[in-house]
Design a protein around this ligand. Sequence first.
Ligand SMILES: NC(=O)c1ccc[n+]([C@@H]2O[C@H](COP(=O)([O-])OP(=O)(O)OC[C@H]3O[C@@H](n4cnc5c(N)ncnc54)[C@H](O)[C@@H]3O)[C@@H](O)[C@H]2O)c1
Length: 255
Amino acid sequence: MASEGTVALVTGAARGIGRGIALRLARDGAAVIVADLADHPDAEQTMAELRSAGADAVYVPTDVSRVAEARGLVNAGVEAFGRIDVLVNNAGVQRHAAFLDAEEDDYDLVLGVNLKGPFFLAQAFARHVRERGGGGRIVNISSVHEELPFPNFASYCASKGGLKMLTRDLAVELAPLDITVNNIAPGAIRTSINDSLLDDPAKLQALRDDIPAGRMGTPEEVAEAVSFAISPGAAYLTGSTITVDGGLMWNYREQ
Ligand SMILES: NC(=O)c1ccc[n+]([C@@H]2O[C@H](COP(=O)([O-])OP(=O)(O)OC[C@H]3O[C@@H](n4cnc5c(N)ncnc54)[C@H](O)[C@@H]3O)[C@@H](O)[C@H]2O)c1
């Protein structure tokens, strides 16, 4: 199996894309460290699915936006499995606010989870990799909004744009440790983050009309790209973004 014997840490894995990634990597043969907020109502479901896939898995309640907790997460993963080979920074949030009305709390939450979390988790992971002599993979779940504007979601765009440059920088800085660093940029994926859209048939149809593939994507389709990015065959892939969006990003049409 593609990831047999590897240990993968996936943040925000209680539901949505993170759960899809955790399950895919487990089916590829990895042991999985599931990280999400404490007492998450969906975490047990992810753990149950991992167990029935035959995976070794632990759940480590963590708020990734808190640096001490992010460091504690890496320590807990190493304690559980002896090493961590793969870090998937997937946890993410978005807050709707017109730019002129955006509040400091919303900005701090979005940048804290989406950018500060990946920054310090990558640091803790890279320090662990250095201690055990090198070799590792970091995959950040970014968004098409690392490139595309998203009016009323300026903090989200700033976080994902920042994640793009973090990836490019770390690809260079961490190459001597044989760590590759890549982003996966999903388009519109059917998860709870899109609940308000999924509950609005007119908006949903307008979105489908904008996607050349004619539909939203699935967590499994994002997980497929993660599985590739951490595979032995992707050893020369670093500093890149793989866009998984059914063609949404480049669908400019004359009206
Ligand atoms: N669904 C989409 O259309 C889409 C598109 C592009 C990018 N993304 C990105 O994919 C990632 C996953 O999104 P999703 O759609 O699965 O969303 P989701 O809301 O279903 O899941 C996000 C998970 O992150 C967890 N999380 C939130 N804050 C956290 C924190 N401080 N510490 C630890 N965990 C935390 C949540 O509890 C939740 O389980 C996010 O980074 C998101 O920006 C999603």
